[in-house]
Design a protein around this ligand. Sequence first.
Ligand SMILES: Cc1ncc(COP(=O)(O)O)c(C=O)c1O
Length: 463
Amino acid sequence: MEKTFKFSNTHHDLMARDARHVLGWRYEPRVMIKSGKGVKVFDVDGQEYFDMTSGMMCMVLGHSHPELVEAIKEQAELFTHESSWYSNPWLVEFAELIASTLPKGLEVVNFAVTGSEANEIAMRLALGVTGKYDIVTVLRGLHGGSLAVEALTSVGGARKANLGPLMIPAHRNVIYAPLCFRCPINLEYPSCAVACLDRSEEMMELVTSQEVAAILAETIPVSGGMIVPPKEWLPRLRDLATRWGAFLVLDEAQLAPAKTGRIWAFEHDGVVPDVVTFGKGMTAGMGIAGAVTTREIAEKARGKAGIPWGGTYSGDPLPAAVALRQLQIVIRDRLSERAARLGEIQKRRLEELKSRFEVIGDVRGKGLYHMLDIVESKSGKAPDFAMAERIRYNALLEGLMVIAVKNFVRICPPLIITEAELDDALGRLEVAVRRSMAGFPKDVDFSRSSSLAARHPLAARPA
Ligand SMILES: Cc1ncc(COP(=O)(O)O)c(C=O)c1O
């Protein structure tokens, strides 16, 4: 049953050079990808893999989508970069199209390049308008890697080590995550009546300065465990923010567009945030992100806290034109509906795996974005980081890329995936889980793999 990677000498050589000269997060082995088509990517040896991570959760139309290739070529010949003191038609059209997908009023976009910057713009908007300072975030939320949003991130691991006082806002991470599978206050839904929010409000009162500028939350906290909140949670969070005179900022970098079965995940809950931020899936991998708000908020913030925010590349014509074309296709091809329909199949298949395998404690997600919660046993629910990493490794051996971070294995295929491809991919996942549970691979050191490169003692547990 043992199976090993068979890489060419050229591939091994590239891996060694990457290890020597490139400082980056890396899973093991450091596969070198050379091309992509649809839901698959191909390594330098021509080996193919289902890309169930959509790159970094960006490629909702898959790789080398013909219409996006065309858009990139056209734009490359015409105009790629400009001074951000001026604008361009593609950016205007993209902003208008984004506004047309959002509830009335959310219609002004401050563009950025990364999701981190987009969330920092949201913070600036909130600070500028309210004149207050505290930002409250949800435990297990991830909002980016630049320093201000790193401080608001609480997914654990070594990411904050040695950052000291630069991480001070982290002390204001005081909202419990609505993680019913491991309820933070040991109650059960629905009899709990979402008491985690009552406790959270109490903590806000005790911990913050009580001058809260914003509550910043992922609509579904993804990296921290694909925490799909109970239906009451987001409307009540909206209410909480309003009562405290704080902005509700929803970070949809992981979720928009269409992955959950709606263009914006918050549409499922019928709430309207004051600011919504986007990145990843809205970018087609091109580096264009942003924060969307109302004209009133934008005008009140103008000239304060660095609003409007701009950088060297924010709103460049090349990424704007490609992201615009992508969103037009997502809407034209009704990919929200497709994600909802195929998502049901994905969920059913994953639930079947859960019923068969002791290490799959829970399946959470919405639309075509799901996560397996890998546990030592179903009864104890103790997270099993090493098993999750084994599953990722074995999946790769089966020609399937999934994400493993801590004990979470994430499946996020491009929304153009066909039913047959989904079936094939999930069949490979099953093989991977079986082989992992049988104790394979035997002699691979995972300690440098990025998902295990955490300092939390749980990460060091043997498989
Ligand atoms: C929810 C969320 N927000 C923001 C970010 C940061 O985006 P970026 O890496 O583009 O800065 C991430 C990155 O993973 C994310 O998951």
